[in-house]
Write a protein that binds this ligand. Structure first.
Ligand code: ZN
Length: 403
C-alpha cells in the first residue's frame, strides 16, 4: 500500500497565497491554539469563520508558516490520520473541517473563505514543515502502532522505538552518543528551576524505636525514621529503581506526603515513616510532567522530539510490573544520559497518586529537615482501572482503541 498525502490537500486552487486571514479566539477550539492566541496578544478584527469581531490571531505573510505548523501539530495531536486522509477512508481535509472537530469552529459563514483558510493552513510551505500525512506503515509489535491509527497524544515515538530496538541488541554505551543530541534539545524545552529551601517528601515502610529508660531496654517508643534512615541508601546498598541502576544511589522525593506513601506501595495495615527534605541550592531539573506541544511546533523534527519527550514522560511514570523490567533499563539509561548532560534530576507525574515525583542524581542536593518526620498507618489502598478494547487496524494487527 503506498500513497502520500500532500497532493490530497494541494488540489485546491492556490490563488490565495498572499491572502490574509483572521481567526477569533472563540473559533479556536484546541487548548494549544487558544493559548497561542492568548500569548500573541490582543489583536482585534473580523473573524473569517464566524464573521464576528473579537480578539484572535492574524495569518499573514510573516506568521503563516508558523501558524500552519501550529495547526498541523494540533491536528496530529488530536486526530488520527485515518479521519482526514481520504486514501484511508477519511473524509478529506476540507470536509473533515466542515464537521465537528477539535481544532476549529466548523459552522463557517462563507464557504469560499473557509475553504481558502483551510487550504492556507494546511499547505506545505517548507520541506521541514510538520507532516500530517505519513504514508508509511511500520512493523507492528506489542507496543508499536501504525501512525495512521493513533493521535500524537496517544502515539509512539520513532526515536523511542529505535532506542528500544537498539537496546535489545547493543550495549548502551554504544548508543549513548546518538541520544545526546535529542536529549539536549528536550532539556532546553523542558528545564525548570527549583529554588533553595523548597521542601519535598520521602517515605519508608516501618519505623524506628528509641529506648527511653536507662534501666531497661524492654520499653521502647516507636518513632519515625529520621536522617540517614529515611534518606537515599548508600550506593552499595542501592537496588535498581525506576531511574537508577543497581549500585547507583539517587534520591527519590515526592511533592506530597500522600504521594510519597503511595509510591512505596505499602499494604493496608503497614506503618510508614514520612520525612521532609529541603533543597540546599537552586537546581535545574527536566520537567516531564506535561510536555508542552507549543514548544515543539516549528518543524517535523521538533514534532518527533515532542513525541519522544511524551514517550519518556509516560515511561517515567509507568508503574513497575514484572513485565516491564526492560523498560526500567531504558529509563535508567535515559536518566544517566540526562545526568551526563549536567542536569540535577527529573520531575515526572506519579502513576499511583496525585502529585509528582522528583529524582535527584546527587542525593546531597537535599538534606533531611530535623524533626519533620511523622508516622502514618495505611488504612486503605485503592486501585483505579479503565476497560480497554482492541481494534484491528488496516494491516490486520490489533491495537488499543482510543476511547
Ligand atoms: Zn470566529
Amino acid at each position: 500500500m503506498s500513497f502520500i498525502g500532500d497532493t490530497v490537500i494541494l488540489n485546491t486552487k492556490e490563488m490565495n497565497m498572499e491572502r490574509e486571514f483572521f481567526i477569533c479566539q472563540n473559533c479556536l477550539k484546541d487548548t494549544h491554539l487558544k493559548k497561542y492566541c492568548k500569548n500573541k496578544g490582543g489583536l482585534n478584527d473580523i473573524c473569517i469563520v464566524c464573521e464576528k469581531q473579537d480578539k484572535g490571531i492574524k495569518i499573514d505573510k510573516e506568521s503563516k508558516n508558523e501558524i500552519s505548523n501550529l495547526f498541523k501539530s494540533c491536528l496530529r495531536f488530536n486526530h488520527r490520520e485515518i479521519e482526514y486522509n481520504p486514501n484511508l477512508d477519511g473524509k478529506g481535509l476540507f470536509e473533515f473541517f466542515c464537521n465537528e472537530n477539535s481544532l476549529l469552529n466548523h459552522q463557517y459563514k462563507n464557504y469560499n473563505s473557509f475553504h481558502s483558510l483551510i487550504s492556507s493552513l494546511f499547505k506545505n510551505y517548507n520541506q521541514n514543515d510538520v507532516k500530517i500525512f505519513y504514508g508509511k506503515f511500520i512493523d507492528n509489535n506489542e507496543e508499536y502502532d501504525s501512525h495512521f491509527e493513533v493521535t500524537l497524544k496517544n502515539g509512539f515515538s520513532e526515536i523511542w522505538y529505535e532506542l528500544k530496538k537498539r537496546l535489545k541488541r547493543e550495549n548502551y554505551y554504544n548508543i549513548k552518543p546518538d541520544l545526546l543530541q535529542p536529549l539536549s534539545e528536550i532539556i532546553e524545552k523542558t528545564k525548570i528551576k527549583i529554588r533553595k529551601n523548597c521542601r519535598f517528601f520521602r517515605a519508608r515502610i516501618g519505623n524506628d524505636y528509641i529506648n527511653e529508660s536507662k534501666f531497661t531496654s524492654l520499653i521502647k517508643k516507636p518513632v519515625p525514621f529520621q536522617g540517614v534512615n529515611i534518606s537515599a541508601p548508600p550506593p552499595l546498598l542501592s537496588s535498581a529503581g525506576r531511574l537508577n541502576r543497581e549500585g547507583v544511589s539517587y534520591l527519590y522525593l515526592s511533592s506530597k506526603s500522600t504521594t510519597a506513601i503511595a509510591e512505596i506501595r505499602p499494604n493496608p495495615g503497614d506503618i510508614v515513616s514520612v520525612g521532609e527534605f529541603k533543597c540546599l541550592k537552586t537546581i535545574s531539573l527536566i520537567d516531564l510532567r506535561k510536555v508542552n506541544l507549543l514548544k515543539f511546533i516549528y518543524s517535523q523534527k521538533e514534532i518527533e522530539l515532542f513525541s519522544f519527550a511524551l514517550s519518556l514522560s509516560k515511561e517515567f511514570m509507568k508503574p513497575r510490573t514484572n513485565k516491564n523490567s526492560f523498560h526500567y533499563l531504558i529509563t535508567q539509561f535515559v536518566a544517566e544520559t540526562f545526568r551526563e548532560l549536567n542536569q540535577d534530576g527529573i520531575i515526572y507525574n506519579s502513576a499511583v497518586s496525585n502529585g509528582y515525583n522528583i529524582t535527584l542524581f546527587n542525593p546531597s542536593l537535599f538534606e533531611f529537615v530535623p524533626e519533620s518526620s511523622s508516622l502514618h498507618r495505611v488504612n486503605k489502598v485503592s486501585f483505579k482501572s479503565t476497560e480497554i478494547k482492541f481494534t484491528k487496524n488496516e494491516i490486520g494487527f490489533y491495537v488499543e482503541k482510543e476511547i
